[in-house]
Design a binder for this molecule. Structure first.
Ligand code: PHE
Length: 366
């Protein structure tokens, strides 16, 4: 009995003082391992008389389980201490500034598209999309440009050699106007959408690139007239340029898919070789930049898209997104938009956190 008590006191003291996990494991083997001292005592139970066993059994079992419990408790304490120590050495100072580079930025075209979506969402427009690889029915025919229509030649179209299953010629869309047709065919009327995206024409100089960006606008409803178009464009451009004094020039024009058609130019001023907004477009050092084609949707287009032009009217417009960006943010060469030059991107790019909102400003630059 005294021996057992002595053994237990010893074991528990040594376990309690085990300095680390390895020492603790050594003690576990010493006491409870196959050749361990307590395991050895357990084996003696087999040779005892039933009476002896009735007395010794509970004592030995108690010793074994108390030892095991003490080891588990010490193990938890050691592990906890180890974690605390690691946390202390691995501490992070969350008040340090974040690493600045490498840093991506939002391209001005993407930023302007987000701004447009924000402005038009406020006017009740949703965003629609269509394919960049189009067929000539959606890109031309349904927009009132028959096979032989001279306007087709003006578009400098990139054609594919292929023809689709309906015998339509495939091409890279030359404008976002085919999305007008796709939206009318798909959702019927009424409609209020903008459709931003890439368009392609075989054309290249300081203000033209073979790929550029447009946003199409389309409103189809009842009793829509030219006044709605004019108000919408003015409201949009004032919100976009964040100023009330922008000078617009509306010119009568011609597009096969609108009747009547209106072209909209915005006046710019030359500041040290850069075009910026404002000023008298007709004065020296000033000019007009063509921004927008628009008009009332031609009744034939509404018919092509499967709607009744007696019942539904509307207006449409197409805006050059890159040109909007150039005028708002002061770039003077469109080609640089697509060079991927890091210095240009650093200079003209936007922080991903600079989300355009009407309340915070659609053009706030961080
Ligand atoms: N699609 C025309 C263009 O690319 C622009 C436009 C769109 C004109 C809608 C009128 C109406 O030049």
């Amino acid at each position: 009995m005294t021996d057992l008590d002595q053994l237990k006191t010893d074991a528990l003291t040594r376990i309690e003082n085990a300095p680390d996990a390895a020492a603790l494991e050594a003690l576990r083997i010493e006491f409870l391992g196959k050749q361990g001292s307590i395991s050895g005592l357990m084996k003696t139970l087999g040779k005892m008389t039933p009476e002896e066993r009735q007395v010794q059994g509970p004592l030995l079992n108690g010793l074994r389980s108390e030892t095991a419990d003490a080891i588990a408790a010490r193990k938890a304490v050691l592990e906890n201490a180890e974690l605390e120590a690691r946390l202390a050495t691995e501490s992070l100072d969350l008040t340090l500034p974040a690493h600045e580079s490498p840093k991506g930025s939002v391209h001005p075209v993407s930023q302007v598209m987000d701004e447009l979506a924000e402005i038009f969402a406020d006017l009740g427009f949703s965003v629609a999309t269509g394919p960049e690889i189009e067929d000539d029915w959606h890109n031309f025919t349904a927009l009132n440009m028959a096979e032989t229509h001279p306007a087709r030649a003006m578009h400098d179209t990139f054609y594919f050699p292929d023809v689709d299953s309906d015998g339509r010629r495939m091409l890279l869309r030359t404008h976002t106007s085919p999305v007008q047709i796709r939206s009318m065919v798909k959702q019927g009327a009424p409609i209020r959408i903008i459709a931003p995206g890439r368009v392609y024409r075989s054309d290249s100089d300081a203000t033209h690139t073979p790929m550029f960006h447009q946003v199409e606008g389309l409103v189809i409803d009842k009793d829509i007239h030219l006044g709605h178009l004019k108000w919408t464009l003015e409201t949009f451009l004032k919100a976009f340029f964040e100023r009330d004094d922008i000078v617009l020039r509306l010119r009568p024009s011609y597009f096969p898919f609108t009747e009547p058609s209106v072209e909209v130019d915005v006046g710019w001023q030359d500041v040290k070789g850069r075009r910026v907004l404002g000023g008298d477009g007709d004065a020296p050092g000033h000019g007009w930049m063509e921004l927008l084609g628009s008009g009332m949707v031609n009744a034939r287009v509404i018919e092509f898209a499967g709607l009744d032009p007696e019942e539904w009217q509307g207006f449409a417009f197409g805006v050059g997104v890159d040109r909007l960006a150039m005028l708002k943010y002061g770039m003077d060469d469109l080609r640089a938009f697509f060079d991927g030059d890091q210095r240009w991107l650093d200079h003209y790019g936007f922080s991903p956190f600079d989300q355009p909102t009407l309340s915070a400003g659609v053009g706030a630059k961080a």
